[in-house]
Design a binder for this molecule. Structure first.
Ligand code: KG4
Ligand code: ZN
Length: 364
C-alpha cells in the first residue's frame, strides 16, 4: 500500500479564513474555519477591506491549527492548494501569499483551485467518489451557476445568474425582513413554520430553455410586498412593472415588516424560499435533461437550505439520478473541498508557478 498524499488547502476568497489537511482527495484530517460574520454583521454584508484585514490577522493561526489538528508535520505535506479565483481580490491575495510562502519554504508544489469548482467537489469529502458525468448546481452568496462536469477537473458552464446570486437574494430579503446577516439560516428557520403558498412570488425562468438565473425581480417583489410600491404609497399613480403590480395586488402588501405578525413573517419567508427553490429545481432538471447526466451535484452555501435539500432529493428520485449534496460543514466555504480537488490536479501534474495571480471574476 502506498503512503497517503496529504494536501494543505487554503481558502480566503470571501469572509472565512479556512485551512484544511486532506488525504488522497477524500479523507479530511482537519478542517478549520475562522468566520468573520461578527465583523460584517452590522453592515448587513461583507465589507472587502475589513475582510482582507481579518484574513491577514487569522491566516497564520488557522494554518497552524489545521496542521496541528491533522497531527501532521509540515514535512508530510505533498502540496499546498489555494483558491486564487473568483472572490474578493484583497481577500484572495492574503490566502495566495500564505500558500506561496508555505510552498516555497517547504519546497512542495503549489496548486491553484477555483472556488466554485471546489464547491462542486465538496460532496466527495469524507464520502465516496463522485460518479461522472454530473450536472452541478452551485448556489452560494456570490455565485449561482450550472455546470456539466465530465471529471472533477473537466467542465463546461451551462448557465449562470444574470444579476443576483441565490444566496445574495436570501441575504437581501433577510435584510428587508430585519432577520440579520447572513440571511439564509434565519429565513430557513422562519420558513419551517410558514405556508409556502401564502404569497404568490414570481419565478423568473428567462424563457423555456434558458439555464441562466435571475433573482433581482423576486427580491424587488418582496421589497414591494413588505414596504409597498413607492409611487402608490404616496398616493400617486405610477406605471408599475410586473413585480410591483403583483405585490400591490396581494393582501397585507405595504404594511412594513414591523406590522407583520410572527405567522405572516413565517409565511413571507416560506413563500420567498419556495420561489427560489422552485427556480433552482427547474433549472437543474433542465440541465440534467440537456446533459443526460445520471449524477446531480448541489453545492455552495444555499445547499444548506432545508427546503432545497428536500426538493433536490425529490428531483433526483424522479429523474432516477444519484444526488450528491455535501454534509453541512462542506456546504459553506471551507478549505477541505479545496485540498480535496487539488489532489486531482496534482495527480495530473497541473501545478502552478510561484508567480500565480488572483482573479476576482471568472466566467467559464
Ligand atoms: O458558499 P458560501 O459559504 O459563500 C460564498 O461562496 O458566497 O455561501 C454563503 C451563502 C450566504 O448567502 C448565506 O445566506 C447562504 O449561503 N446560506 C443559506 C443557508 N445557509 C447559508 N441560504 C439558504 N438557506 C440556508 N440554510
Ligand atoms: Zn463559496
Amino acid at each position: 500500500m502506498t503512503d497517503p498524499t496529504y494536501i494543505l488547502g487554503i481558502e480566503s476568497s470571501c469572509d472565512e479564513t479556512a485551512c484544511a489537511v486532506v488525504a488522497d482527495g477524500h479523507r479530511v484530517l482537519s478542517n478549520v474555519v475562522a468566520s468573520q460574520v461578527e465583523l460584517h454583521k452590522r453592515f448587513g454584508g461583507v465589507v472587502p477591506e475589513i475582510a482582507s484585514r481579518a484574513h491577514i490577522e487569522a491566516i497564520n493561526n488557522v494554518m497552524a491549527e489545521a496542521l496541528d489538528r491533522a497531527e501532521t508535520a509540515a514535512e508530510n505535506v505533498a502540496a499546498v492548494a489555494v483558491v486564487n479565483e473568483p472572490g474578493l481580490i484583497g481577500s484572495l491575495l492574503v490566502g495566495l501569499m500564505a500558500a506561496k510562502t508555505a510552498a516555497w519554504v517547504w519546497d512542495v508544489p503549489l496548486v491553484a483551485v477555483n472556488h466554485v469548482y471546489a464547491h462542486a467537489y465538496a460532496p466527495a469529502m469524507d464520502a465516496d467518489s463522485i460518479e461522472y458525468p454530473a450536472a452541478a448546481l452551485i448556489c452560494s452568496g456570490g455565485h449561482t451557476a450550472l455546470y456539466q462536469f465530465r471529471s472533477p477537473m473537466e467542465l463546461s458552464l451551462l448557465g449562470s445568474t444574470i444579476d443576483d446570486a441565490a444566496g445574495e437574494a436570501f441575504d437581501k430579503v433577510a435584510c428587508i425582513m430585519n432577520l440579520g446577516y447572513p440571511g439564509g439560516p434565519p429565513i430557513d428557520r422562519a420558513a419551517r413554520e410558514g405556508n409556502a403558498k401564502a404569497i404568490d412570488f414570481p419565478r423568473s425562468l428567462l424563457g423555456g430553455r434558458s439555464l441562466d438565473f435571475s433573482f433581482s425581480g423576486l427580491k424587488t417583489a418582496v421589497l414591494y410586498y413588505v414596504n409597498g410600491v413607492p409611487g402608490e404609497r404616496r398616493g400617486r399613480r405610477r406605471k408599475a412593472g410586473p413585480a410591483a403590480r403583483r405585490a400591490s395586488a396581494q393582501k397585507n402588501a405595504g404594511r412594513g415588516i414591523e406590522n407583520f405578525t410572527p405567522q405572516e413573517v413565517a409565511d413571507l419567508a416560506a413563500s420567498f424560499q419556495a420561489a427560489v427553490v422552485d427556480v433552482l429545481r427547474i433549472k437543474l432538471r433542465r440541465a440534467a435533461r440537456e446533459t443526460g447526466a445520471r449524477t446531480l451535484i448541489v453545492g455552495g452555501g444555499v445547499a444548506a437550505n432545508t427546503a432545497l435539500r428536500a426538493a433536490m432529493a425529490d428531483l433526483a428520485d424522479k429523474l432516477h439520478c444519484t444526488l450528491r449534496i455535501p454534509d453541512m460543514p462542506y456546504c459553506l466555504d471551507n478549505a477541505a473541498m479545496v485540498a480535496g480537488l487539488a489532489h486531482h490536479y496534482l495527480n495530473a501534474g497541473q501545478t502552478a508557478e510561484l508567480d500565480l495571480g488572483a482573479n476576482a471574476t471568472v466566467r467559464r
